[in-house]
Design a protein around this ligand. Structure first.
Ligand SMILES: Nc1ncnc2c1ncn2[C@@H]1O[C@H](COP(=O)(O)OP(=O)(O)OP(=O)(O)O)[C@@H](O)[C@H]1O
Ligand SMILES: [Mg+2]
Length: 179
């Protein structure tokens, strides 16, 4: 029974991913409070993270301005980055550090994890659609390519710093002036 539900969810996620891969959800840009979105997503993942003994450390910038964005799309990006961070943990324990700041007419969101890290060879393929190192049950390899498309459509960018055994840091920069 449980397995059936899991499988249905997997197919549902796969279909949603494929759909948004071809056509990101339409939507209007509105002022978005990144901290609010982050906290909403963290609330949903809290239980699983505490079971894995993963510590969440938040460094939210005081008075961070709202950023013009399509809420659903930004949620999808953050959810994927947090999910990747979580899935990068090999054993119980570890930390996910989330920080935000305003810099040069941009808002930056950083998600750093103490997980396995990324090998330089894999780094080149990271954004390729369908590139995944996960089992077919866990990943389709679309998360980051969809996220990059979304952030580019907002006039922003995603950068990565990582190394094997060193954890990974993903930075999303979004312009404060709408595109
Ligand atoms: N934080 C991270 N730490 C280590 N490896 C990562 C991290 N984020 C991404 N990766 C690597 O990049 C690959 C691609 O990530 P992406 O989010 O695009 O796909 P996925 O997570 O494998 O599948 P999906 O997101 O479709 O469920 C991952 O399979 C993993 O190898
Ligand atoms: Mg992913």
């Amino acid at each position: 029974m449980n397995l059936a539900i899991k499988e249905c969810n997997r197919v549902k996620n796969l279909l949603e991913n494929l759909q948004s891969f071809h056509k990101p959800s339409p939507g209007k840009k509105e002022p978005v409070d990144l901290h609010k979105i982050l906290d909403e997503i963290l609330l949903l993942t809290q239980k699983r993270l505490s079971q894995m003994e993963v510590k969440i450390i938040k460094h939210y910038a005081l008075g961070l301005p709202q950023v013009p964005a399509v809420t659903d799309q930004i949620k999808q990006v953050i959810l994927n980055l947090l999910q990747n961070a979580e899935e990068a943990m090999t054993a119980k324990g570890g930390e996910i550090i989330i920080s935000t700041k305003e810099r040069d007419d941009q808002v930056q969101l950083r998600i750093r994890d103490t997980g396995v890290g990324i090998h330089p060879e894999q780094m080149k393929k990271l954004l390729d659609p369908f590139f995944t190192t996960k089992s077919s049950i866990k990943g389709t390899g679309l998360g980051l390519s969809i996220s990059c498309n979304i952030i580019h459509a907002h006039g922003g960018k995603i950068t990565v710093t990582s190394g094997p055994g060193k954890g990974s840091e993903f930075t999303v920069s979004l312009p404060l002036k709408g595109t």
